[in-house]
Design a protein around this ligand. Structure first.
Ligand SMILES: Nc1ncnc2c1ncn2[C@@H]1O[C@H](COP(=O)(O)OP(=O)(O)O)[C@@H](O)[C@H]1O
Ligand SMILES: [Mg+2]
Length: 266
């Protein structure tokens, strides 16, 4: 199988990129793929914490770029899954510590060994977004169903298109069905109407995301909460397995599914 390099990004910050990166990397590894997740968010390092690997860091990506070590020495093997790895970044460096060319080289070197390279990037409106995304073929854009996040996602989709990422697919995270029902929150179909890119998944707002982050164990390793199921389904769709959108993921009534079907013309 040809190796795939996928950047996880967003317009607005704090919408769930790092959560998505950790959970998709773990889910793809559980499915038998050899996966590496790279923390491309220099300065806001936290993928290592979410994956529970912060105590194992010896070298970071920046050490490899500064030639203090080889890239292979930055790889941290997951404690629970044999074929899951991560590359941490440095906390102290500024966002321009990694150039686009360096990122392309890093991703190309990793392609030789991994089935999936998943890059956690800074939000698109921040410096460093372009560099972190440079080595990726595909993009996953994460948004919450808030007007400001969707508007920022729209801008970033334009940027990703100009960078010729393909496909660019959307994850709507932190959906609160009760609020959508009451009309207090944008529904997924409203978001899709605005952004006009393919939807790859919907993740409910779920407390288990926070507890798993605190434990340092991605949900997709062994949980079966609604968010865990949603992330596992996204991993399946990513790997090309047709997977229906569960009403559970949407946390929605049949009326909502009907609306979604109309959006997709199903
Ligand atoms: N589906 C979800 N349900 C509940 N909390 C979530 C969900 N997704 C993300 N969060 C929380 O939102 C915060 C930001 O998530 P994070 O993945 O760090 O975003 P980003 O990397 O885009 O800045 C974290 O505290 C995380 O636990
Ligand atoms: Mg993050």
């Amino acid at each position: 199988m040809a190796s795939r390099v996928i950047v996880v990004t967003s317009g607005k910050g704090g919408v769930g990129k790092t959560t998505t990166t950790a959970n998709l990397a773990a889910a793809l590894a559980v499915m038998g793929n050899k996966v590496v997740a790279i923390d491309g968010d220099v300065g806001l390092r936290n993928l290592d914490v979410i994956m529970g690997l912060e105590n194992r860091i010896v070298y970071t990506l920046i050490d490899a770029l500064e030639e203090n070590c080889r890239l292979r020495q930055t790889l941290i093997k997951d404690k629970r899954i044999d074929n899951l790895f991560m590359i941490p970044t440095a906390q102290s460096k500024t966002k321009d510590a990694v150039t686009s060319e360096q990122m392309i080289n890093v991703c190309n070197e990793l392609r030789e060994e991994f089935d999936y390279v998943i890059v956690d990037s800074p939000a698109g409106i921040e410096a460093g977004f372009r560099n972190a995304s440079a080595g990726a073929d595909e993009a996953l854009v994460v948004t919450t169903p808030e007007v400001s996040a969707v508007r920022d996602a729209d801008r970033i989709i334009g940027l990703l298109e100009s960078m010729q990422k393909s496909p660019i697919r959307l994850i709507v995270n932190r959906i609160k069905p009760q609020m959508v029902k009451k009309g207090d929150m944008l529904g997924v179909s409203d978001v899709l109407d605005i952004l006009a890119i393919d939807l790859i998944g919907m993740v409910p707002d779920d407390e288990s995301v926070v507890t798993s982050a605190n434990r340092g164990e991605p949900l997709t390793i062994s949980s079966d909460t609604p968010a865990a199921r949603a992330f596992k389904n996204i991993a399946l769709r990513l790997s090309g397995t047709e997977t229906p959108f569960l009403s559970l993921e949407q946390g929605e009534s049949n009326g909502f599914i009907g609306k979604l079907k109309r959006v997709f013309g199903l």
